[in-house]
Write a protein that binds this ligand. Structure first.
Ligand code: GMT
Length: 373
């Protein structure tokens, strides 16, 4: 099958899911064409079945806002015609599903049918898409998609609650490769003493991630045992977190890495992962941690209870309950035997989301879309 994937080319979240999915599809003999504004971060073009088509939006002084959707829908149409694409899969509703719909219409006008699958990822529904300025167009694009998937049952529920749609939504969770591989080099001794526990957080440091809670929980942990905090990622809340770290006098225990392409190597030597988010449709970062044998302390927001199992892969507390999170973190980190048990349990649980179980669910949707559109 020839599949065009439209996504954001970003470090985490929907961009990573879309890129990893595309790469996996090529291993299953599909031809994949990424259409986006820059090369997806995790995409290495080493495979004859992977193509990348850049959407260029020429700057013109008349436009206060440059018309990305227009350039994207034109690019989709041109790519479909040039390469004989069978199906379009858009990740993140805004504006991709809308641009996809426009492309479908332009192609239909030329007698070409293009089935479109839309995957809802989270903030396109819960935060951004729900804004009154976008809501009408997002409802329309969901309803016009041939098939709609969401990354958790919770996100599916929110979509029905927030949008005017009765569309069938298929839940296909985020997925992960088996990370129990020896080739990732462990650089633990560069950052911490053997006696210290390593606590890690990875995100885009947006408000929804509650970065200050990460620092507060770590502060509680380091009062009870020697520990270091690895802060991986970058975004608007970083400055506030750095200030809180100084205020608490724990600068020598916290490392801000910025964006990193060495997430697996950092997770390999981590003992605990913190994800106290305000909202999280799934929590891919938590799953990546578990796959690297790192137990997770998270909030119980959104789809996180579908990923983190209380007392098994880690613990969950209410949003903002940093005291509860500290207590649960200490419960996991208190001795080597307990920590090892949680590490193994987290890893075992991550296998439920193995790429070989989840990617065929997307293929099944593609087959249905091709048959029924
Ligand atoms: O978490 C983010 O802020 C990035 C965001 C995105 O849209 O790229 O991630 C969302 O999609 C991921 C992949 O499906 C999910 O695992 C994240 O939970 C989800 N983020 C939120 O819902 C906040």
């Amino acid at each position: 099958m020839k599949i065009a994937i439209v996504c954001y080319p970003t470090f985490g979240g929907s961009g990573v899911v879309a890129t990893e999915l595309g790469i996996e599809l090529t291993k299953r003999n599909h031809e994949v064409h990424f259409i986006t504004y820059s090369q997806p971060v995790r995409l290495a073009l080493l495979n004859k079945n992977i193509h990348y088509h850049e959407v260029v939006v020429p700057e013109y002084p008349l436009f206060h806002y440059q018309p990305y959707e227009l350039a994207l829908s034109s690019k989709i149409v041109d790519t479909v015609k040039e390469y004989g694409i069978d199906l379009l899969h858009v990740h993140y509703a805004i504006p991709h599903a809308f641009a996809g719909y426009m492309a479908k219409q332009m192609l239909a006008d030329q007698g070409i049918s293009l089935p479109m699958v839309t995957t809802l990822h989270g903030t396109d529904i819960t935060l951004v898409g729900n804004h009154p300025f976008y809501k009408t167009a997002v409802s329309f694009s969901i309803n016009q998609s041939d098939y709609v998937t969401s990354v958790s049952a919770d996100l599916k529920k929110s979509t029905y609650e927030l949008f005017d749609t009765t569309k069938d939504i298929h839940v296909i969770p985020n997925f992960i490769e088996d990370k129990n591989v020896a080739h990732v080099q462990c650089k633990r001794n560069l950052f911490a003493e053997d006696s210290e526990r390593i606590v890690t957080h990875v995100s885009n440091f947006r408000k929804v991630k509650r970065i200050l809670d990460v620092v507060k929980v770590f502060d509680g942990i380091q009062k009870e045992m020697p520990a270091k905090l690895m802060m991986v990622g970058d975004g608007p809340e970083r400055l506030g977190a750095e200030e809180l770290v100084k205020e608490l006098g724990i600068e020598n225990k916290v490392i801000f890495f910025g964006n990193s392409s060495e997430i697996d190597s950092i997770l390999k030597y981590s003992d605990l992962f913190l994800l106290p988010s305000e909202t999280e449709s799934f929590g891919l970062a938590a799953l990546e941690a578990m796959a690297n044998k790192v137990p997770v302390i998270s909030s119980n927001a959104g789809g996180l209870p579908e990923v983190n199992v209380q007392g098994v892969s880690g613990y969950m507390d209410n949003i903002g309950d940093t005291d509860g999170m500290v207590q649960h973190a200490i419960e996991i980190l208190k001795d080597d035997l307990t920590l090892q048990q949680f590490k193994e349990q987290a890893y075992a649980h991550s296998k439920n989301f193995n790429v070989d179980k989840i990617v065929p669910l997307y293929e099944a949707i593609y087959n249905k879309a091709l048959k029924n559109t």
